[in-house]
Design a binder for this molecule. Sequence first.
Ligand SMILES: C[S@@+](CC[C@H](N)C(=O)[O-])C[C@H]1O[C@@H](n2cnc3c(N)ncnc32)[C@H](O)[C@@H]1O
Length: 539
Amino acid sequence: MLTAGTGRRPELSSMADDYARYALSQRAAFEATHPAVLATARMFADEPVLRVADLGAADGVNSHGLIRDLAQERAGRPLIYTLVDLPTNTWGVAADHLRQTFGGAANGSGVVVIPASDDDRPGVADDGKGAHYASPEANGDACGRAFEHSPRPAVAISMAGIPLQQAPCLPPGSVHVAVTGTAMHWIADSGGLASTGSVFPGYPDHVDEAERQAWRVAAARQWERLLEMRAMELAPGGRFIAALPASAGPGPERQGPYAELVRTMNQILAEWRSGGRIGAATAAAVVVPVWMRTLDEIRAPFEMGGGRIAGLELESAELFRLDNPYWDDNPAVFARRYVRSVSAWGRPLLLRAFAREGYDRAHGLLADFLGELEQRIADAPDRYRWDYIEALVVCRKAAGSGRDTGQAMSQENLALARTVVAAFNRRDVPALAEMVTDDFQWITWTGTVQPTTYHGAEGIASYFRDSDVWEVLNLEVQEYRDLGDEVLVVGMFHARGGGSGVEIHAPYYSAFFMSGGKLARVLSFRTEAEALAAVEQRE
Ligand SMILES: C[S@@+](CC[C@H](N)C(=O)[O-])C[C@H]1O[C@@H](n2cnc3c(N)ncnc32)[C@H](O)[C@@H]1O
């Protein structure tokens, strides 16, 4: 069941400030996408503005080469390049790197980086790590405005803090190329899942089949959502091009990137645990929320949809292997560099886990752990040489016959319904306000004795004020049913009173009425028949 923020592991943490210095494997994997990205840009050469989305861009340094190549390809014609990552990404660091590398439109370079750090317009957010756009609409509007300046810039680079599984990064149908490197193996909402015995779930030391199955299901759901959001943001004929860490085979031999390294990490943790140096809970807390998909898992949503998901067609999916970019003939040098690269992404996670032994011990344990890891790598460097397996995936958004357009609309409605429910479960009023029409109407019994009607964005805010007494407020959805312009959302509504402890677990049937890519009306019922009848009578 979905619960808001109750997982024992925090959500994905953002990368360290010096991420790119130790992200050579990520750079090499991202570069594998570039030929397809440039070829697609050429296909759209006649577009007045080319829009490229870089999904999971971290501090953006590994993207600078692609931005430069695309700008050259466009030869002065407008290019929008949007960096997308979590709202908590180090946006200030990304902006500094971009401005240092590309300058600003003001100094005549023709490149503008938005939003400015002091931009406080609606739609710009800052979670303490730097300004970014918080919604596809705000991102899209600002990118459009960027070209209204005189002299007109050639390139607008925007930064958007939008979780990739929750929403498109720019308004629907506007992106020509969505590209991603080493991001889509992260599994959101996996805080409650265990990976006993292995730092990476699904790897050979992770022997508990029930646990593995839970990860498999979460990863499949996440992949579907990631694809649906790409289908939504892409323009007809646009491409989604992904390099993602992958696995050559399914369990129990799932052997993705870092297979040897993870085996060594697991060994050290197991030895420390059996020697009494750390407790079982600490060892269990060292879990990286990732799933290395096999090609079959990558292809599954397309195959289930008869070759398409949400209008997105799979053109190719293949595995490739990277030589370890930290390799050096001197084993000590190799081991030191390799472990540094691991600590660039693993340090916060390891530190958080070791803090279970007491904050005063955490840093010492981390230093010893990394030291031991380095020593073991230096003792047998060849084992780690080919430790990177990646998949290169290319998909294309179908270029819409009438029927395709209808199907794509339905898929967009389904994706919107999912996004709305996710925002509801987060009690995310600003996100919901972005997704509804101006005359939005919500008729619901939840949180009140009588059915109540809420109007517009203000109505959403007042619903959550009315519901403040509920400590838990959660929609657990079993089905999103496509009814054309409407979506039937079927599931269970769960609530628990903060002071009272009173619990509600009620069947939930809601008709979501869509209009122009937004949610126009929600009617909630206790039975399916009532909900379907409401859809029948919509006029
Ligand atoms: C390993 S870095 C890769 C950065 C860059 N693409 C590269 O190739 O060097 C992965 C980035 O993806 C982001 N990421 C992973 N899952 C995400 C999600 N669901 N939504 C937004 N960002 C995500 C992480 O926050 C992180 O910054």
